[in-house]
Design a protein around this ligand. Structure first.
Ligand code: N01
Length: 534
């Protein structure tokens, strides 16, 4: 016992029981390491455990957004819809946890508050609620969008109605019928939940600071012929999808928008709009690289908004003026159409700011008061770094990760952090993560980490640490590549721009999944070049 705390010792600790953590646990167990996984929630599922808001579903096709590591699993599992709903994805994750007998090594409802590297014993000392744990390796599988952003509006604590956050939604059905509801935010979570809430509520006010581009998801029942075809050669399909820049079958047209005629642009955009989903971003190869090319896509979507939304003023308020994709493109079911409903009001809070809340609703800076029964925050996340920021992580020089990252996150390949030995991060900043099919990125990271630890065990090393030189040069490369695209040109969470005071740095690696994998494989083949071992 350490003081009042129970003491436990493992070879490895994994933090987080989403897709990353579960697979990491399985791989470390296969590698022969005694491993324990800690999860703050009272169930597994990560993102899909917390984000239960109405309309929550994935925007990558489920036949692709699923684990590839087990042929029987991928053959047996049946996805009901092209883009699965949150409940179906959660059921799949729970099935995986049971099928591979993972629950016996998972401790739920357990918050990791502190992790300190002990350089003498080459171990992490991890503080959880009533326990102190020692482990040789610590893997942060804490997710990229797992710390909610809840703006602290003046007077919010006086508001008498119920408040919800899309990223931390109650487990039982929330009743909006007969209620006057406000939704703050117009990102992906809002765009999915607004049509659902509008169908139920007496009246819905949508408080919009920045309009967002969205394309129809065209969700449907999984096409059984396609499913059969894919399942007949699943490993080959998975390999082909992983060879694409976004690690899924986005079908990027090789043609360029800047050299296409008006007719060619229209035909391609119309075709993609009709097919639905994020395929829209692949309409031309230069959309994310060239401002003029991107403008053609933006004009097309603005034209669609004008066609769909009957009130020209509302249509114009819904038209974004940034680049398509530089804030994550959304996929919706009836989003713009929802603003034709009589019980929906769009409130532009970019000029008429939210001044304060009182017990009955919200006051805008113009003096206008909006009465609300319930309020939904669809205000997103402190993305990519937020959850690690909440844990006090102390490295070998007694410097905290918070201090190290105060100017922005720095890591080598998004996998390892200089000064923080034996700590790995799955899909962290500096890796392609959120710009790709997360399942593919997660599997690549988990397998790389498991292989690296196995290699260390074989070689008799007990300590691995990214070198500062390798880290600096990778961070420079990540920034350099981002600057070749339109991604850094708007105020997105990719840049940390949604969180007041957060350093502005483009966090994910935008160079494409295949070159990233090539780099990771090359590093591994050169005895983990850029990492130091002892
Ligand atoms: O969060 P967001 P999200 N006052 O950050 C507004 C993934 N995801 O939860 O743009 C007023 O995108 C903010 O306004 P602005 C996906 O990767 C995937 O919707 O900062 N408004 C914005 O409109 C996605 O990108 C799926 O000016 C404030 C909104 O809140 C990511 O999660 C579904 C505000 C936040 O939008 C995050 O999406 C859902 C303030 N103080 C989510 N603060 C799918 O797979 C913020 N806002 C389909």
């Amino acid at each position: 016992m350490t003081g009042e705390k129970k003491f436990s010792e493992f070879d490895a600790v994994v933090v987080g029981a989403g897709f990353s953590g579960l697979y990491m646990l399985l791989k470390l167990r296969e590698a022969g390491l005694k491993t324990r996984l800690y999860e703050a929630g009272d169930g597994v599922g990560g993102t899909w455990f917390w984000n239960r808001y109405p309309g929550a579903r994935c925007d990558v096709p489920s036949l692709q957004y699923s684990y590839a590591f087990d042929e029987k699993l991928q053959q047996e599992w049946k996805w009901p819809e092209r883009y699965s709903a949150q409940g179906d994805i959660l059921e799949y994750i729970q099935h995986v946890a049971d099928r591979f007998d993972l629950m016996k090594d998972i401790q739920l409802s357990t918050q990791v508050s502190k992790a300190t590297y002990d350089d003498i014993n080459k171990k992490w000392l991890i503080d959880i609620d009533k326990e102190r744990v020692e482990a040789r390796f610590c893997v942060m599988a804490t997710g990229c969008l797992s710390s909610t952003n809840s703006p602290n509006f003046t007077g919010l604590n006086t508001f008498k109605g119920k408040t919800y956050h899309t990223g931390n939604w109650p487990h039982s059905k929330v009743e909006f019928s007969g209620k006057i509801v406000g939704v703050i935010g117009t990102g992906s979570s809002a765009i999915q939940s607004i049509p659902e809430i509008a169908r139920e509520a007496k009246h819905l006010y949508v408080f919009q600071r920045t309009p967002n581009f969205s394309v129809p998801a065209e969700n449907k029942i999984v096409d059984s012929v396609l499913e059969e075809k894919i399942k007949a050669s699943y490993p080959e399909y998975r390999k082909e999808w992983a060879s694409k820049p976004f690690a899924y079958d986005l079908k990027v047209n090789e043609g360029k928008a800047i050299s296409a005629s008006k007719e060619e642009l229209l035909v391609e955009y119309e075709r993609r709009w009709k097919d639905g989903g994020l395929m829209f971003l692949g309409a031309f190869s230069d959309l994310l690289l060239d401002k003029a090319a991107n403008d053609t896509a933006a004009d097309f979507i603005r034209g669609k908004i004008k066609e769909i939304v009957t009130d020209p003023n509302v249509a114009s308020m819904l038209m974004p003026d940034h680049y398509v994709g530089c804030k994550r493109l959304c996929a919706d079911t009836g989003y713009y159409e929802t603003f034709n409903r009589k019980n929906v009001t769009l409130v532009d809070i970019s000029n008429d700011l939210i001044n304060n809340f009182d017990e009955k609703g919200v006051n805008l800076s113009s003096g206008k008061h909006v009465f609300l029964d319930d309020l939904v925050f669809a205000t997103g996340f402190d993305a990519m770094t937020g959850t690690l920021d909440k844990i006090e992580i102390i490295g070998e020089d007694k410097i905290s990760l918070r201090q190290k990252w105060k100017e922005g996150p720095k890591s080598y390949l998004g996998l390892g952090i200089s000064g923080f030995p034996n700590l790995f991060h799955v899909a962290g900043p500096g890796s392609p993560s959120v710009l790709t099919n997360m399942l593919v990125s997660i599997q690549q990271h988990v397998e790389w980490i498991a292989d690296c630890i196995t290699w260390m065990e074989e070689k008799g090393f007990s300590k691995i640490e990214a070198s500062i030189e390798a880290e600096d040069s990778w961070v420079a490369h990540v920034n350099e590549v981002a600057d070749l695209t339109v991604y850094p040109l708007c105020n997105s969470w990719y840049l940390g721009a949604n969180i007041p005071g957060k350093p502005r740095q483009f966090m994910p690696y935008v160079g494409g999944f295949p070159p990233y994998v090539e780099k990771c494989d090359d590093v591994a083949s050169k005895e983990y070049e850029g990492f130091k071992f002892s």
